[in-house]
Design a protein around this ligand. Structure first.
Ligand SMILES: *[C@@H]1O[C@H](CO)[C@@H](O)[C@H](O)[C@H]1NC(C)=O
Ligand SMILES: *[C@@H]1O[C@H](CO)[C@@H](O)[C@H](O)[C@H]1NC(C)=O
Ligand SMILES: *[C@@H]1O[C@H](CO)[C@@H](O)[C@H](O)[C@H]1NC(C)=O
Ligand SMILES: *[C@@H]1O[C@H](CO)[C@@H](O)[C@H](O)[C@H]1NC(C)=O
Ligand SMILES: *[C@@H]1O[C@H](CO)[C@@H](O)[C@H](O)[C@H]1NC(C)=O
Ligand SMILES: *[C@@H]1O[C@H](CO)[C@@H](O)[C@H](O)[C@H]1NC(C)=O
Ligand SMILES: *[C@@H]1O[C@H](CO)[C@@H](O)[C@H](O)[C@H]1NC(C)=O
Ligand SMILES: *[C@@H]1O[C@H](CO)[C@@H](O)[C@H](O)[C@H]1NC(C)=O
Ligand SMILES: *[C@@H]1O[C@H](CO)[C@@H](O)[C@H](O)[C@H]1NC(C)=O
Length: 896
């Protein structure tokens, strides 16, 4: 152990002759002196130091003022005459605004002074979330001071008094003294004062400001076998440490000039670590044949020297690294004269500090501010809402829950202010809680509207606003998130609240009247572009291979933005990598084929008692195993209720498979074609499927990082579960897999004929708008139930054909006859309009999926309202539909 630290114990000599710091002398700037317990707004100048103390009332909201007995007032400085005691609450905190990177000497002073009948107290002093020291008073007439030197890592410092037993914490004065932040540096932690000694002092009283520019308190100090020497000249003290002149004009030398000056730290635990600062100046007049030269040793290891103190000028020598005990538990410094020296060593002043660590990080400043703003904004009356909201855990604010990850800054993840008598509006400060997942404001008296910022809080998963007096409408973006399943919202018992996004219904009617001209103009645009589509589709087959992956991303560092905070469904909590033999077992030796998809054969299987679909990838479809893994890891993180969930994968040599949740009702195409039986998908059912798959796609485009372009949107990739909920399948694979056509497994072609974006085909530039195009085709299929490409039709491509029919004003002839006229023509129009804009040859003129989702949801609401036999324009009905549909969404959007 000795060897280990001796190498790093290089000492540094500081010798600054300039008078740079003379101007600093006795300047109180950079000092904050709080007289605890004195009335708000008062201040006074302390008689012996001339320091100005101010009331602490602006720095703390709790505690009560008390006074010491008048008898003690003559004995102690005025800042101890008042004190603040804390009979209420466990933790009470002072908050001081300081500047990050500044260094302060911080001193807390305690004098009981008989302010109550129990002078014996025990409590703790905390710096932010960390223990600074235990305070224990036994005698009302003994003043205690705890001091540390601390380099600020935040702009806000909290000093808390923490009740640990029965006694009531109190504090007399709190002092902050700004130091030069290049001094007293440590490798880690802060410095707690162990001793600060004026060695060889002739005075018996300690001293502070007025003599020490930084208001350090110096104690006179003499050793038994040492002698004092002194000078009546002044010593230059102008280095960064600026020890007081009074300390430097006196020094100790060993009484026996041949003896070493030995200095041990004793009576401490062996685990303590120290920093030592020694200040030297030659204060004897040496004749030309005299020298004073010595070495500084630590535990018999050479530390520094040979060193000759400068005449009447200060050198400060310090340990740049902490010193620890040797194997015998000893901490021993020794100043030893060299052979050439005619004089013994000397020591003028000495400071020893122990290292104190503050390992617990405080909560992010912004989140703390938000909580403080909420506390004052709502006048929250909770005594435990003091100090850091999250840490330490024992003193966490009630209603607040935080992430508890070791060595990480705590984050507020839930806030429960249910039944806290809150009044007024929902305050925007909440939006500064950027990691919040659960917000419960239920059973208060909150008024005003539901603010839009809630929708933008991307981590929020659960909002409970029930039992308030909110009014107005729920913002559409919030409704969208509810609909998407990314948020769960409770609003019961707010009688004034209209839950539909569109309480004002006049807009709707107006829109319907302009549908026809819009469609007409779209049609003509489409017809111009249609030629290109035909040409490209015909030409397609001649190209053998398209360069793939024009999209960004190797997929090595994908982070799914919305899945970071425990968003994943339990099924996929772990990356499920399975062996091939697992796969054989799951599928019962590939017993039942579910279908043949673009990438291989799909088998039925059972994993953890849940049915799954196992997609065996054909060898030739894989571009590379490594890429496969990266892709799969990305897909394992993508969870949305409208996307089929990947629950596992297998990669063993050339045996690669993907395991998805099982979708009991097959794909959309089977249902439209009647292959699944005679039952007909209603218009409402189709709209619901359209809206759900649009949401899934919107999520791939906007909710995933990196963005995922599906590249193969078509009716066979929209699957239906046992509840006829639609989910998109086969997304993401296209990034590392060439796509198969509908029938041929191994043909390397991008996209499926008819669904393919002509612009992508032309430019090879893939964007999410290519998916929008394909989705437009799906919408037309839902309306018409016609093949996408039919050579026998007047126009082979479904888009061209619909365009032609519309230009003839023949809308009824395009609608699937199986619907038997059971639909609201307005919604058909609206969806046709949307589909046609999706098919715009120019990708920039296509809508985003977000717009498509909104259009479809509006139509779905209208159709649902119609089916419930109520008038479309009745907003109360709208809202009840939204409620039943949306607000029951589970917290976890996972597939199961
Ligand atoms: C305090 O200030 C007064 C007047 O400014 C001065 O006369 C006195 O010497 C000062 N005392 C100390 C200890 O600095
Ligand atoms: C500290 O700064 C905050 C703003 O960040 C301010 O609201 C507060 O009043 C300040 N406290 C004091 C004592 O100046
Ligand atoms: C010391 O303070 C200065 C500004 O006064 C700041 O720029 C610097 O970063 C601080 N040094 C440290 C170690 O924090
Ligand atoms: C308290 O301290 C004072 C001065 O140090 C001493 O005279 C007195 O006896 C002490 N009282 C008790 C109760 O220990
Ligand atoms: C002081 O010196 C005497 C004689 O050299 C020695 O016996 C004694 O132990 C010393 N005391 C201390 C505290 O070092
Ligand atoms: C300093 O002290 C010496 C004796 O040690 C004395 O002779 C001299 O006059 C003193 N100088 C002053 C300025 O007081
Ligand atoms: C001081 O320490 C040195 C080295 O550890 C030792 O040799 C010497 O005897 C000590 N001197 C005194 C006076 O304790
Ligand atoms: C230094 O010189 C003085 C005379 O100038 C003499 O008295 C003294 O002994 C010398 N000291 C040493 C250590 O040689
Ligand atoms: C000390 O004395 C020796 C000879 O006795 C000499 O070689 C050495 O340079 C001297 N050291 C210093 C620092 O003067």
């Amino acid at each position: 152990m000795l060897m280990a630290f001796s190498s790093c114990l290089l000492l540094v000599l500081l010798q600054i002759f300039s008078a740079l710091f003379l101007s600093l002398a006795q300047d109180q700037s950079g000092f904050i002196s709080l007289d605890c317990g004195s009335p708000r707004g008062t201040s006074f100048r302390e008689r012996t130091t001339n320091l100005t103390y101010i009331s602490d009332a602006n720095f703390i909201n709790t505690g009560v003022s008390r006074n010491i007995k008048p008898a003690y007032q003559t004995q102690f400085q005025q800042q101890t005459w008042n004190l603040r005691s804390f009979p209420q609450g466990i933790r009470n905190c002072y908050t001081i605004n300081l500047t990050i990177g500044d260094e302060y000497l911080i001193r807390a002073n305690f004098l009981h002074g008989g302010y109550d009948n129990t002078p014996s107290t025990q409590f703790e002093l905390h710096l932010g979330p960390n223990l600074w020291t235990k305070v224990s008073t036994t005698n009302e007439s003994v003043a205690l001071a705890f001091e540390m030197i601390h380099l600020l890592t935040t702009d806000r410092l909290q000093i808390c008094l923490v009740k640990t037993g029965n006694s009531t914490p109190f504090i007399s004065a709190l002092e902050f003294r700004k130091l030069i932040n290049t001094t007293y540096l440590t490798q880690e932690g802060s410095l707690q004062t162990f001793i600060r000694a004026d060695v060889g002092a002739t005075v018996t009283q300690g001293y502070r400001f007025g003599i020490d520019v930084f208001d350090r308190i110096w104690t006179p100090f003499n050793f038994v076998n040492w002698s004092q020497i002194t000078t009546n000249q002044t010593v230059n003290v102008n280095n960064d440490y600026q020890p007081p002149g009074r300390a430097m004009v006196t020094a100790s030398v060993p009484t026996d000039p041949e003896a070493a000056m030995n200095l041990s730290i004793t009576g401490v635990e062996r685990t303590m670590r120290f920093y030592v600062f020694m200040h030297f100046a030659e204060i004897q007049e040496l004749s030309s044949n005299e020298t004073r030269e010595f070495n500084i040793m630590y535990n018999d290891k050479h530390l520094y020297g040979p060193f000759r103190p400068f005449n009447l000028s200060t050198s400060s020598i310090f340990t740049p690294a902490e010193v620890v005990a040797d194997a015998n538990g000893q901490y021993k410094f020794s100043l030893q004269r060299t052979g050439n020296s005619t004089l013994p060593p000397l020591l003028n002043a000495l400071e020893i500090y122990s290292v104190i660590l503050f390992p617990q990080q405080g909560t992010d400043r912004k989140e703390v501010d938000a909580m403080l703003n909420l506390k004052s904004g709502y006048s929250v009356n909770k005594v435990e809402w003091e100090g850091d909201p999250c840490v330490p855990r024992d003193y966490r604010w009630s209603g607040v829950n935080c992430s508890d990850i070791e060595n990480e800054q705590p984050k507020i993840i839930s806030l429960n202010l249910s039944g806290s008598s809150l009044t007024g509006e929902i305050l925007e400060f909440i939006s500064d809680l950027t990691n919040l997942e659960v917000l419960d404001l239920s059973n208060n008296s909150l008024t005003g509207s539901v603010p839009e910022f809630l929708a933008e809080m991307s981590t929020l998963k659960l909002i409970n606003l029930s039992g308030n007096e909110l009014n107005g409408s729920i913002p559409t973006p919030l409704l969208d998130r509810v609909r998407r399943g990314s948020i769960s919202l409770s609003i019961d018992g707010n009688t004034g609240l209209c839950s539909s996004g569109s309480c004002a219904t006049t807009k709707k009617k107006k829109k319907n009247t302009v549908v026809v001209p819009v469609v007409a103009s779209l049609v003509s645009v489409f017809l111009i572009g249609a030629g290109i589509v035909t040409f490209l589709i015909l030409k397609r087959k001649k190209r053998s291979k398209l360069p793939l992956n024009p999209n960004s991303g190797t997929g090595t560092t994908p982070l799914h933005t919305r899945s970071q905070n425990g968003y994943e469904s339990p099924v996929i909590a772990k990356n499920r990598k399975l062996t091939y033999s697992d796969v054989v077992k799951i599928t019962n030796n590939f017993e039942r084929i579910l279908g043949r998809g673009g990438f291989g054969v799909v088998y039925y299987g059972v994993l953890d008692n849940e049915p799954v679909a196992v997609k065996m990838l054909t060898e030739s479809t894989a571009l590379g195993y490594k890429q496969f893994k990266a892709e799969v890891e990305l897909l394992l993180r993508v969870h949305h209720k409208d996307l089929t969930c990947l629950v596992g994968y297998c990669e063993e040599g050339d045996k690669m498979s993907l395991i998805y949740e099982y979708m009991a009702n097959g794909d959309l195409k089977e249902h439209l074609s009647g292959k699944r039986g005679p039952s007909i998908l209603t218009w409402e059912g189709r709209l619901r499927i359209a809206a759900e798959s649009a949401q899934g796609l919107e999520y791939l485009h906007n909710g995933c990082k990196p963005q995922i372009v599906h590249r193969d949107i078509k009716t066979t990739n929209i699957l239906l579960n046992e509840k006829f909920q639609a989910k998109l399948a086969d997304f993401g694979l296209s990034r590392s897999f060439p796509l198969g056509t509908e029938t041929h497994v191994s043909t390397v072609v991008a996209g499926t004929p008819g669904y393919l974006d002509p612009e992508y085909y032309r430019t090879n530039w893939l964007t999410e708008k290519s998916d929008v195009f394909s989705f437009g085709v799906v919408l037309l299929e839902l309306i018409t139930n016609q093949p996408v490409i039919d050579m026998k039709r007047e126009r082979s491509h479904i888009g061209e054909w619909v365009g032609l029919m519309l230009s003839r004003g023949d809308i009824n002839s395009i609608v699937d006859p199986k619907l038997q006229g059971d639909y609201d023509p307005n919604t058909i129009w609206k969806v046709v309009e949307t589909a046609m804009t999706c098919l715009n040859p120019s990708s920039s003129r296509r809508p985003t999926m977000n717009q498509v989702v909104m259009d479809l949801k509006e139509c779905l609401n209208m159709e649902m309202a119609r089916n419930m036999g109520s008038r479309m324009t009745d907003s109360t009905n709208d809202s009840s539909i939204e409620l039943s549909m949306n607000f029951t969404t589970e917290l976890s959007p996972g597939a199961r």
